[in-house]
Design a protein around this ligand. Sequence first.
Ligand SMILES: [Zn+2]
Length: 223
Amino acid sequence: MTKRSVLDIIYPPRCVFCREFLREGEREVCPECVRELPWTYGRCRVPVTNCDACVAPLEYRDAASEALLRFKFAGRTTYARCFARLMAECLRGHTDMDFDLVTWVPLAPVRYAKRGYSQSKLLASALARELGLPKARLLAKKLDTQKQSGMSGAAARRANVSGAFSPVGSGAQGKKILLVDDVVTTGATLSECALVLRLAGAAKVTAAALCTAHKSNRRTGRE
Ligand SMILES: [Zn+2]
């Protein structure tokens, strides 16, 4: 008996999104969630500048946002593999897949110390493994900006992150970079990070997140 199968008896695997027990042969996401999750079926519609494309497989609502919150704040770090698989599928369907390396949107050191892990770095590591690419730390957060989630207005969010990131080393020079974050809200953070990478010499930046906010969804509740 393998270690995995013993663990499966003690802790039967549950669906990452709805937490129902999985049946034999099911992998990470139950068939109901495969049907019902708020898939974007395409590109992130939040405008992200300085990037060739920005993709996210899921809208930030319902079981998708609940799973992401468990990943970020409740220590469910093992979700990274499932999330990365969904992001990789989305990238394959909606980009040219021409990347040299994977990097991520960094947390401020004080927030990292508090949480103990960086959700974007975990996603970037899992995605790099999934795609067979190297990963590199290319960005640092200079300031502990106000939490974006507590701010209203795109202009306020842009101002909040302007100048907040700096390049690390010269690894961006001439590279086609896949930039990873957990959720695209207004696109301000990803746009700023992509700008810093471009100024550091990146040939191309493509952004990928697990979830994206969708304005018309907030208004109508549906696409
Ligand atoms: Zn499920």
